[in-house]
Each structure stands twice: as C-alpha cells, then as structure tokens.
Design a binder for this molecule. Structure first.
Ligand code: NAD
Length: 284
C-alpha cells in the first residue's frame, strides 16, 4: 500500500491554516537564498507557496553568489533581532566561501525552523519534548503515526547518516517516545554486507541520494519502506528505492514524488508556527 505524504501534508496544512486564521496573528518566515542554484531557487519557491497557502508571510532575501561570509552573518544577525521575523531559513548549499556551520550557529535557536542549530540538535538528541525536530525526520515520524505503523520493538534500518535526515531519524526512532522504541541500525557508505542488513529490517528507510539504489533483493517481504531520496534522472524525479520492483513485496511504501517530500514542507510550516507561538505567548 502507498503511504500518501501528499494527502497527509494537505491535511496538516488545512488544520494549520485554520489555526492561524482563527488566532489572527501575523507569522513571518525569512528565506535567505545565496546565489542562483536552480534547485535551491525551486525549493524556496515551493516553500514560499506553501507558506502563503496557510497564511504565513514570507520574506525572501536573495543575495549574489559572491556574498561574503561576513555579509551573510551580519544579515542573519539583523533577522535575529527583528521582532517581526519569527523564523529564519538559510537555503543550503551555500557558495564555498561561506562556512555552513558558522551560519547554522549564527541563527538564533529560537528562530531556527530547520532545527539544525547545535543547541536544538542537543535538545532533540536528549529527548526534550519541546525540541524543534528537523523537518524531514519529523515528517517521516508523522507518516508512520498517521498510518499506525508501530515502531516499538521493531528493527529499523536507516541507510544514510547525514545530519539532516539519517542521523536524526535513527536517534529519534531509538528514543523512548511514541513512534520510537525501535532497535535501530544505521548503515552508510562504509557499511559491509549492506544488502543483508537491509533485508533484516521491519522498517527500511533510505536517505542516500542514489537513484533506485534499494532493490527487491534488499527488502524483507512484508516490510515497510520509507524512501526519502529525491533524485533527478532524465528530467524525472525518482527516489532511492526502485519503487516498481519493491512495491510488489512490501506492506507499505512511500512513493516519490508524493511521499516524504510534501511532509517535509508541511513540517517546516508546523515548526514555524510552533516557534512563533513560543515567541508570542499570546498565541494560543
Ligand atoms: P547526504 O549526501 O548528505 O547523505 C547521504 C548518505 O548516504 C551519507 O551518509 C552516505 O554515507 C550514505 N551513502 C552514500 N552512498 C551510499 C552507499 N552506496 N551505501 C550506503 N550508504 C551510502 O544526503 P541527504 O541530505 O541525507 O539526502 C539523502 C537523499 O534524500 C537525497 O536524495 C536528498 O535529495 C533527499 N532528501 C529528501 C528530502 C525530502 O524532503 N524528501 C529532504 C532532504 C533530503
């Protein structure tokens, strides 16, 4: 069965739109885009459109490719101290003269809608209930919850150890929490016997960035497969999982597009709302 992230994201966004309109508060998310990378421009456009659909204002700041690190950090400092800005998203990747870690450290943790600031990462890893959770891992947890896919006691294999997807997901799924309590194996580019490890998974999550990497031979019949990958192949978007091959033998699978992607955007809106609410206690 397909897990429709598209449908679930729509439901989240409708609820959020209703809450924002009822509470009549102004929420603004600042997008900072450095350079003219076409995929980054497309991502920011999609996120802006989603903001406007739920009633979140967006402020897009576009900077040239040759922007210095100092100039970007100064801009972030100004956004940090601007009370009309509730959230800040700096679209990655950044040009090579800018240190991404420094940028993440400069964003005020209270305006960090991506949950990438080390302070927020620390809160998440230690299981703080109020932690801002990075959008893609949060989207995956919400999908599992919506489809009542129990993780307690299950063997989850996560392929990929990036700071934005694989590593936080592996951590969250092993925590003592609803849709946690799993036995988690995290595999990566140096793992040996990867195919056999994947085949032991009750829930297999692919976040690699390699088109159609996961094939039927790597999946246990009846398993749940979550495909985080977004890869462009000949003008088509495909996941990290060979969907048509694997679909036949699994109980649940997320399609690409229409699976995890829309949930990432919905969770960005949710995180922006949560941060705005914390900044303005009068939001109910
Ligand atoms: P990344 O490049 O930062 O990390 C990829 C990980 O995969 C690395 O940890 C690496 O060790 C592992 N890997 C690479 N080759 C491997 C191999 N042969 N065997 C095992 N592991 C291997 O990527 P990322 O930012 O985590 O993104 C992963 C994918 O998810 C990409 O396709 C990206 O576009 C997509 N993505 C989708 C969403 C979404 O909303 N759906 C959000 C973020 C990223």
């Amino acid at each position: 069965m397909d897990i429709s992230g598209k449908e679930l994201a729509k439901q989240f966004q409708e609820k959020l739109k209703e809450k924002i309109s009822r509470e009549k508060h102004s929420i603004t998310l600042a997008f900072v885009l450095v350079g003219k990378d076409p995929p980054s421009q497309a991502y920011v456009r999609m996120k802006e459109r989603a903001c406007s659909e739920v009633g979140i204002k967006s402020l897009k700041i576009e900077l040239p490719d040759e922007t210095t690190e100092f100039e970007l950090l100064e801009l972030i400092g100004n956004l940090n101290s601007d009370p009309s800005i509730n959230g800040i998203l700096v679209q990655m990747p950044l040009p090579s003269q800018i240190n991404e870690e420094k940028v993440l450290l400069t964003i005020d943790p209270d305006k960090d809608v991506d949950g990438f600031h080390p302070f927020n990462v620390g809160k998440m890893i230690t299981g703080d209930k109020h932690a801002i959770i990075p959008c893609t891992p949060l989207g995956v947890l919400k999908l599992l919850e919506a489809y009542q896919i129990e993780t307690k006691g299950k063997h989850v294999v996560v392929i990929g150890r990036s700071n934005i997807v694989g590593r936080p997901l592996a951590n969250l799924l092993s925590q003592k929490r609803a849709y946690g309590n799993a036995t988690v194996t995290l595999v990566h580019s140096h793992s040996k016997d990867l195919s056999n490890i994947c085949k032991q998974a009750d829930i297999l999550i692919a976040a690699i960035g390699k088109p159609l990497f996961v094939t039927k031979e790597m999946v246990k019949p009846g398993a749940v497969v979550i495909d985080v990958g977004i890869n462009r192949v000949n003008d088509k978007i495909v996941g990290d999982v060979n969907y048509s091959d694997v679909k036949e033998i699994v109980s649940f699978i997320t399609p690409v597009p229409g699976g995890v992607g829309p949930m990432t955007i919905a969770m960005l809106l949710e995180n922006t709302y949560l941060l705005a609410k914390e900044q303005n206690c009068s939001l109910s």
